[in-house]
Ligand binder design. Structure first.
Ligand code: PGA
Length: 257
């Protein structure tokens, strides 16, 4: 076993789903299902549910967090939410640069980079999303795209910063499509990301950093993906909306060698 064991992290991303009443019902259902799980559970909830979910998760093995934040510290940015507010509402992490943010809300690598730095200022763990589109994969550009995203989203960060974030490899073609990457293809991309970290920040940081897989993870494909050496957990969308199915993914038992 590697000297740097990475505990499995399973992150649910509710996206734009659940009222507070629905959130409360869900969390109360999930807590007993996963209370003996060895994996760590994370819930990225809508801003409106964050304070409630944080309160409900206090003293449990569920870590509350958010799905986005503004890159500025505070100011005249109508409708935006900053890191200080997330922290105040109980968030411990924040998803940054999700492909839906990049494609629908025009987030660039530069914006994601600024958000990572701001999140770290507030002791929030950034979960930084990267991944190629179907077209980029078909054209053989997967590793070129990953290199560019990693280089530009992580620019200016010190090794000490990298050790405080997680990466999420989410091939865009696998998100919400029921077409998860085959375990070997996902592992190839994760291995590539780990090599990138090793070359840029050294072995110790590369070995410590979580690299999550995201894209159509379900209870029935979780195990073969988690068995891959460089897959340290998941970012789960659709299957995290139901407490029972998300609980099954969290409870998936895997022996990493
Ligand atoms: P999915 O979403 O599990 O519905 O594919 C994953 C994600 O967007 O993080």
């Amino acid at each position: 076993m590697s000297q740097y064991q990475r505990p499995i992290a399973i992150v649910g991303n509710w996206k734009m789903h659940k009222t507070n009443r629905e959130a409360e019902k869900y969390v109360k259902e999930l807590i007993p299902i996963i209370h003996t799980a060895s994996s760590r559970a994370y819930l990225a909830v809508p801003f409106t549910a964050l304070a409630l979910v944080s309160d409900l998760c206090a003293g449990t093995n569920i870590v509350p967090g958010a799905q986005n934040m503004n890159e500025q510290a505070e100011g005249a940015f109508t409708g935006e939410i900053c890191g200080k507010m997330l922290k105040d509402a109980g968030a411990e992490f924040v998803i940054l640069g999700h492909s839906e943010r990049r494609s629908l809300f025009h987030e660039t690598n530069e914006i994601v980079n600024n958000k990572i730095k701001r999140a770290l200022d507030y002791q929030l763990t950034p979960i930084v999303c990267i991944g190629e589109t179907a077209q980029e994969r078909d054209q053989g550009f997967t590793f070129k795209v990953l290199t560019s995203q990693l280089t530009h989203t992580l620019t200016g960060l010190e090794p000490a910063h990298i050790s405080r974030l997680m990466l999420a490899y989410e091939p865009v073609w696998a998100i919400g499509t029921h077409l998860a990457a085959m375990p070997a293809a996902a592992e190839e991309a994760h291995h590539f990301c780990r090599e990138f970290l090793m070359n840029a920040y050294g072995l110790q940081i590369a070995e410590k950093t979580h690299i999550l897989y995201g894209g159509s993870v379900k209870p029935d494909n979780a195990l073969p993906l988690l068995q891959q050496k460089n897959i340290d957990g998941f970012l789960v969308g659709t299957a995290s909306l139901n407490a029972a199915s998300f609980g099954k993914i969290i409870n998936t038992k895997v022996d990493k060698v």
